[in-house]
Design a protein. Sequence first.
Length: 125
Amino acid sequence: MDKILANKRRLIVLVLVVIAVFLILDYHSRSALLFKVESQHRLIQEEVSQLEQTQQSLMADIQYATSYAYVQQYARDENQEIQPGDVRIVPVSPYEVTPVPTPIVLPTPVPVKNWEVWYAIFFEN
């Protein structure tokens, strides 16, 4: 009878050890997965932060581009427009001279023989 009880106890202990090993392996795999997911979460949070900063910058650009000050600056600087009461001043050259283009002299290529090309490839730097 003692032998049967001892065998049952050993069997129960063996089953508990096997279950414990499986639980430990499962815990290890889940903790590795948790570490991977947390690192991905950090990367995504950094990307979200950068995108929010970009969005704020773009919103500020849109707000400035739709403002009256930008329209005035663009009209004066880019379109060269004036407001009523302004006097446009256009600088004019004192001389009506058309610039003469300077001709560019291109050197004529010297014909090289085929064997000289091969010699230069193999024996010169």
